[in-house]
Design a protein around this ligand. Sequence first.
Ligand SMILES: Cc1cc2nc3c(=O)[nH]c(=O)nc-3n(C[C@H](O)[C@H](O)[C@H](O)COP(=O)(O)OP(=O)(O)OC[C@H]3O[C@@H](n4cnc5c(N)ncnc54)[C@H](O)[C@@H]3O)c2cc1C
Length: 404
Amino acid sequence: MSSNFQRREFLRLAGLGLGLGVSGNFALGADKSKTLSVAREHTNYHAFGEMPLVRASQDRIVKETVGLRPFRESGPNLTHEKIGEKSVFHNYGHGGSGWSLSWGTSTQVTQEALSTGEEEFAVIGCGAVGLTSAIILQRAGKKVSIYSKDRHPNITSSVATGVWSPDSRICLKEYATEEFGAWWNKTCRTSFKMYQTFLGLPGSPIEWTDSYAVSNKPWDAEREKDPNDTQPEYGHFNDYVKDLTPQFVELKKSENPFSEPYAKKGSRMIFNISAYHQTLLNEFTSLGGRLYHREFTSPSQFSELPAPVIINATGLGSKTLFNDKQMRPVRGQLTVLVPQPELHYGFANEEAYVIPRRDGVVLGTISNGIIDSTDLNVNPQQSYDAVSAIAKSMTASKIAKSLA
Ligand SMILES: Cc1cc2nc3c(=O)[nH]c(=O)nc-3n(C[C@H](O)[C@H](O)[C@H](O)COP(=O)(O)OP(=O)(O)OC[C@H]3O[C@@H](n4cnc5c(N)ncnc54)[C@H](O)[C@@H]3O)c2cc1C
């Protein structure tokens, strides 16, 4: 892994990929986010109220999960084809951005599927992408059934970090063309807009939280090379949507509640996955949707379904079901601590990050992606390291010292 990559990954996971000139390997020309007539400047407000500590402690681990991101080299497959009598619309291959982009790609794919004029639809898969596609079709008044071999909590969507990360592992660098960027920009904006309609609902499916990133080195310093990381160069597009989210700004020494000398603060949107998944499922069933347990071993089996139009949202399942050789799993492991309802901020140092989800305090290491790995076993050392790295920052913080 290049040190440049690790710096980008740290800044991205820290929520700092925006506005720092870290768009990485996709050279953007003029500012593509010029959709605003009024500049969105940052006004600084001091943190108010007491800040709780992240209770990072090995004995508070309640869950360790491993998931395989459904990464596709040239980006999600949103094409369609005729298989026998059925019209099949693909919607898979979202990498590390499946929750974030689900409303965007599903809007595009379902619009095309609706243009068939049919009244009944089948969706294969009930992850982030399948459920969202099904709901959009139902909102258009159509009859929808979902068929899936697994469901929450035994699917990739259930083991995601749960942050707005729309350009995470979305394509390889060589596919990051201007055309792809323009498509991504549109798709990302559609998704973002939809997510704001889920704010303030019971169970807080979607929330905005403060987020801090700290460093012992200046932000533009080179980061150490990790010899074990085999990450390829991915496309990055976040500069297109700088205007969508609040800026991350550097804190003055007096405003920095941590011991690391460099700190930034911003806001980021998070997905409380348990509550959000349940919100989607409730809407699907309340609109008359039925969910069937069914595994497909060949697309020819689609002919057995009553619906004439099918949305294929099988994620990594498409690698074998459709023999898609562009699909490459990217392994990721998360460590979940006992929920802390009082915790209202996210945090990242150079080794690990914390997401303050309602369904558990989620920790991950900064280098948290192994491409082409299908190893679903938990690596206990990785969990240990994530918790230790956060504990180190917390115990040394000015917050801890003020409580001592
Ligand atoms: C560690 C980790 C962290 C992540 N963090 C984030 C994040 O913070 N933000 C973000 O936006 N994204 C994140 N992602 C990515 C995100 O989880 C995925 O992009 C997303 O879950 C993909 O959704 P999906 O519906 O396409 O796939 P899945 O959730 O895998 O759903 C596929 C569905 O298809 C079904 N299926 C598959 N094959 C068949 C078959 N042959 N027959 C019948 N049914 C089948 C499955 O049972 C399942 O129901 C993360 C992923 C991982 C692993």
